[in-house]
Write a protein that binds this ligand. Structure first.
Ligand code: ADP
Ligand code: ADP
Length: 237
């Protein structure tokens, strides 16, 4: 479970990106965070994997105080909390498989990742993840040969290969056309159903959020202004 208790986040330039956030997200939920640009969505999910430190309150994930983690503990923690970005964050000049394998050695410098020798077991895990998202046939293709939707699937496979408890996605469909965006959301939904992984997805496209998510968290000016079932969302949110 993810628990925000009176969480606040102020950036060094004094922008209060989050204020008085109180949330509980249970294992296996499929949550969309909606809100205008600048509302604080990105900041909210980046606190969960410790890309950002919170400034106030307490953030507890499966009993662990996230902000008390140090060094190696943060690295281990991040293996359990996968992150997917709008821009996919893939290395486009290397193969799909290699991009997924890289998830096993996040702490190595880039050149060592690329030349890294991976075990048979790691390769099987990576290929299994590619199969889960339907692009096993692209394993040996360079990422820059793929469409945007296929690249987002590689990013999802890379995250899945870590077998995380939580997947955070920051505007994962923002740069995709509507058809491809739906395919990616369908993948997320299916994997959420088939596994116990919790999904927390930032989406500024409200209709997509309402269509796919079980629970909607609406954020405005750093505060939660709605938290509930998608079907009860009114226009105001
Ligand atoms: P959203 O994801 O909803 O667009 P963000 O979480 O990115 O919102 O931003 C929330 C607020 O915090 C905005 O006012 C934004 O300009 C500010 N902000 C985001 N990142 C930083 C940063 N690294 N340093 C300073 N201000 C930031
Ligand atoms: P995204 O919505 O994909 O997070 P943004 O354009 O909001 O992208 O931000 C891009 C980067 O700039 C992020 O790392 C964010 O933290 C940072 N950033 C956003 N707003 C500010 C700001 N007002 N001051 C400093 N950095 C910011």
């Amino acid at each position: 479970m993810i628990e925000f208790i009176n969480v606040g986040k102020t950036y060094p330039n004094n922008v209060k990106a989050l204020q008085d956030i109180n949330l509980k997200i249970e294992k296996g939920e499929f949550v969309a965070i909606i809100g205008l640009s600048g509302a604080g969505k990105s900041t909210l999910i980046r606190c969960i994997n410790r890309m950002h430190d919170i400034s106030e309150g307490e953030l507890i994930v499966d009993g662990v105080k996230v902000n008390a983690l140090k060094g190696r503990e943060i690295r281990n923690y991040r293996q359990r909390v996968g992150m997917i970005f709008q821009s996919f964050n893939l290395v486009t000049r290397i193969s799909v498989l290699k991009n997924v394998l890289v998830s096993f050695v996040p702490h190595l410098p880039f050149w060592r990742k690329v030349i890294g020798a991976f075990s048979k077991e790691q390769k099987i895990k990576a290929l299994t993840a590619l199969d889960q998202v339907g692009i096993l046939d692209k394993a040996y293709v360079r990422v820059d040969q793929l469409s945007g939707g296929q690249q987002q699937r590689v990013a999802l496979a890379r995250t899945l290969a870590q077998n995380p408890d939580i997947i955070l996605a920051d505007e994962p469909i923002a740069s995709l056309d509507p058809v491809t965006a739906r395919q990616v959301m369908d993948d997320f939904k299916r994997i959420n159903r088939d596994t116990e992984m919790t999904f927390i997805i930032n989406i500024h496209h409200v209709e997509m959020a309402l269509e796919y998510a079980d629970r909607i968290i609406g954020v405005r000016e750093g505060r939660v202004v709605y938290d509930g079932e998608a079907k009860n969302v009114t226009e105001e949110v």
